[in-house]
Each structure stands twice: as structure tokens, then as C-alpha cells.
Design a protein around this ligand. Sequence first.
Ligand code: PMP
Length: 364
Amino acid sequence: APNRVPNFSAGPATIPTAVLSRAQDELLDWQGSGMSVMEVSHRSKEYIAITEKAEAKLRSLMDIPDNYKVLFLQGGASLQFSAIPLNLLNSGRADYLTTGAWSGKAIKEADRYAKLGLGETNVVATGKESNFTDVPDQSEWQLSENAAYFHYCANETIHGLQIFEPPAVDAPIIVDMSSCILSQPIDVSKFGMIYAGAQKNIGPAGLIIVIIREDLLGQVSEWCPLLMNYEHQAEKESMSNTPATYSWYLAGLVFDWLEEQGGVAAIGKINQQKADLLYKTIDDSDFYNNPVAIKHRSIMNVPFTLADSSLDKVFLEESAAAGLMNLKGHRDVGGMRASIYNAVSLDWVQQLVDFMIAFEKKHA
Ligand code: PMP
């Protein structure tokens, strides 16, 4: 068996070994064609079958209603920060909730259009005062009347802060689910648009998924670049130009794998167990700390600091020597971060927790 190590990378992140093995089996000779998937035309009947199956699987896994389009695009979640106002601001006013680095970047892109006089943006509230360890209570939010949309980030990958339920607001809700899509069941019908980069819970980088309610299409600015125009991409079935064919294929394999695991509800239970185990280890000790408000603690990204930060380097050296990889925290937060996406097993988290307890005994 290949030497696969516990990999806690925030993204690009670990992909299920079974998926990579299947891709390997099919790499040189895909379905007896004598070619790799990445070598065939995106317009071929065989490739279109892959994309149709991937979309059908995602629709079934997430229970996506029929009045939503599912797009498989490129440019990452970051390009959607720019595309969202182009498609939906429409000279109106958009509300943004700031809860960390990623939601902060989203509004900065929308602000570019606001500066050109093409609409207005409004930060309804920011968690900055708490260093993004908490979300201001909704009673304090400055919501606009008749906002074109309300944008937030469901899981701040860097700060390890998650918003589990969409807020009750009147405007169509647009949510960045890059680091929590498919991690637990959600009600898609509560959202106007959901978007997520693939490189955490879906597969390799290069692919971004946009799930958008049909009635939100058709209000796009006429000068919106064609490739960022959701209505156009929906008409062209995400093939306005050559899509990220191999990433799309691999996403389909990950959807198959997730279905074999029992789907989103089943993996959601394991994700909760993984997160509970890790947070309990942190909370049971004075050696480790996680500052995030309990009700917003992410089940996907768990940042933690050591009480004695001079031990950070030793922690990273010893954890890597123990085969536990990519635990260094983001520079904005410091300390460590364990990203525990769907492909990270409970066993890997148990190994991490065992290591943390032993490390504390040795160094406390
Ligand atoms: N949003 C969130 C929540 C993220 O975690 C990331 C990437 N880590 C992004 C947006 C940006 O994604 P990309 O690099 O694919 O543009």
C-alpha cells in the first residue's frame, strides 16, 4: 500500500486514497479508450457523460432543488468575489457580513464597483473587534432595505470560525462555502447562491462550483466579462470555453466516494466526532488554546495555539517527525491549524490527539 500520511493541509488538501487509486487505474487508459480523460475533447460524448454524472451526483448529495443551476467554473472562489457583484449588484446595494479574512476579501472586490459608482456596498457588521473569534449578534447588524443580496462566508478557513445556519435576512443569501461544502447537510433552498472552490472537500484545485437559483440569473451587467457571466455559463453548461476537465472528472470521483461513505449526513456525523475530539483535547488542557466562541467553532478548520509559543517550532518538527503533516497555522492567526475535511479520517484525528497529549506531557 502507498505511504499515505495524515495530512491536515487547509487546501489544496488531502483527497481520499480510494479516489486517487481509481484515478491512477484509469489514468493511461480511461474506459478502454487508450487515452487519459485529460486528453479528450470536452465536447466528446464520453466526457459530457462524466460531467452530467458529476452534476447529478452533486445534486443528489446536496439535495439541490430543480430551480437551481449548478456550474463548474474556474478562477477559484476569489474570482467569484469579483463575479458576484457583476452578476447581481445591478446598481443596487449589497450587504456583506465580515467575519474574517475571506469575507473581508469578498467585500473588497465588490467595493471596486462601488468606487466606480456602479452600486453600493454595506458592511452590516464585522467581527474584527473580537479578532474574528466571534460574530456580532444579529440584533446589532445594520441591514439595508431592499439589498440586492446578502453575502457571508459560512466557514472562515483561516480563523476557524463557522456560521452553521444561514441568518434570517430578506435579501437573497450568497454564501462562500469553500471550506465547508458537503461537510454536513444544509438546506440549499435557503440560499440564493452557494459557491465553493474544489480544493478542500471536492478535489483538486482549478475548479469552482456555483449553485445559483434561476431567478437570480438575467440581471447581469452587460459589460460583465463573458466567462464570469453566470447566465451565459448556465446556457453553455459551464463550457463557454475549455473547462478544467481533469479536476471536474476528479470531483465526480470524490462525489462517488462520498456517496459510498453514506452521503453528507453520514460524513457529517464523523466530522462532528472529529471536531469534538480535537476541541475536547484543546479545552481539557491549559497547554493548548482555541479562542473561537463555542457556537462558532469550525468543524473543518481547528486553529490552536500553544500557551508557550516558543514551543511552536518544536511542535511542528516533532509532529512532522511523527508523520502528522501540514499543521502550521496561518500567519494571520499564528500557532497551529488542523484542517479536518471529509477525507481526513477519525483515525488521523485520533493520531493527532494522541500526539498532542504526549507532546504536552513531554514539554509542559
Ligand atoms: N474562500 C474561502 C473560505 C477559502 O478558504 C479560500 C481559499 N482558502 C478562498 C475563498 C479563496 O479560494 P481560491 O484560492 O480558490 O480563490
